[in-house]
Design a protein around this ligand. Structure first.
Ligand SMILES: *Cc1c(COP(=O)(O)O)cnc(C)c1O
Length: 311
């Protein structure tokens, strides 16, 4: 939350512009500017726009549809020289897993460059999960500011953002944009995060192993759901995977919302009864941990097969 909040403050200060573009279904923490069609928990509880966020704040957040380049271009056209940045989950994980269409991130890069706006990747989920260099490495696109969290805390609360010198030097104490916190650089969180990153660094096979395990799970689920004539779509990038009870491809928030939530509820509780605890929302991506063995994955696939017969 704080990383994304500070990243847009920095982008606004650096560009001297007020507006940002965010995508429907992307979640960037619970600071005011982002609580607009934010996916995830907000969508599960049916409060797409939170009370308490003032209209004054909301008017500076422009909403675009994920994977819709024309939509983004039209917003730039209608708000000439007013847009500071685009912020995006470059592989979305808060409306289920929704990958960027081929060329979409590259096109956003070009649109930002053409309009002197910054591109912010919120890699809080994807950073150090999909690759050591996150989505920037995987899709070979450079953002101007990158936000991190989750993995880099090794289980402790943490957030971070990074940018090139020119932008970073615009931040206090070198620059005028203020950011500080009592527990910033907290030694306990830093130690846990460092241990995590050192563990990842020492294990050159980990991302490959995670991908293989998740692909195995993907294939298994696909088979048992098909065998049971369930209508579904699975999205996956590396070790991020989500099952949507949706007959059409899930490419944005609109299509994610068309999934059958009643079936998801039965699926969730059925799995819980079988001893498999998935995230309790149709909008949460599953993240496969390396601690899971192939036996665990088979157990999961078998449980899904049993539950599928009751859907
Ligand atoms: C979880 C998440 C956040 C917010 O992180 P918190 O630790 O809950 O403040 C921001 N962006 C993305 C993409 C997330 O998944």
């Amino acid at each position: 939350t704080e990383a994304c909040m500070s990243a847009i403050r920095l982008a606004r200060g650096f560009t001297k512009r007020d507006k940002i573009i965010k995508f429907a279904g992307c979640y960037h923490g619970h600071s005011d500017s982002f609580l607009i069609q934010a996916g995830s928990g907000a969508s599960t509880f049916g409060t797409p726009n939170s009370p308490g966020v003032t209209q004054g704040t909301a008017k500076d957040t422009l909403l675009a549809n994920y994977n819709d380049l024309e939509n983004v271009k039209a917003l730039f056209e209608a708000n000439k020289n007013e847009i500071a940045a685009i912020i995006i989950e470059p592989v979305a994980g808060n409306m289920g897993c929704v990958p960027p269409k081929e060329g979409f991130l590259q096109a956003l890069r070009q649109v930002c460059d053409a309009n002197d706006a910054l591109l912010i990747f919120d890699e809080v989920m994807t950073g150090f999960r999909l690759a050591r260099g996150g989505v920037q490495e995987l899709y070979n696109v450079k953002a101007d500011i990158v936000c991190f969290g989750k993995v880099i805390g090794g289980g402790l609360p943490v957030g971070a953002f990074a940018a090139r010198h020119e932008i970073m030097n615009y931040l206090a104490p070198l620059g005028p944009v203020y950011q500080a916190g009592t527990l910033s650089g907290n030694p306990l969180a830093m130690a846990a995060g460092l241990a995590m990153l050192e563990t990842l660094n020492a294990d050159s096979e980990i991302f490959k192993r995670l991908e293989e395990k998740t692909a195995y799970l993907h294939k298994g689920i696909q088979k048992v759901l098909s065998d049971n004539n369930i209508v579904f779509t699975i999205n996956r990038v590396g070790s991020m995977i989500s099952v949507h009870f949706d007959a059409i491809p899930v490419v944005d928030f609109q299509t994610a919302k068309q999934g059958d939530n009643e079936t998801f509820k039965k699926f969730f509780h059925g799995l819980l009864n079988e001893g498999v605890y998935i995230a309790p929302s149709a909008y949460e991506t599953w993240f496969i941990t390396d601690a899971l063995t192939y036996e665990d994955l088979d157990f999961t696939i078998n449980a899904i097969n049993k539950v599928a017969q009751t859907l």
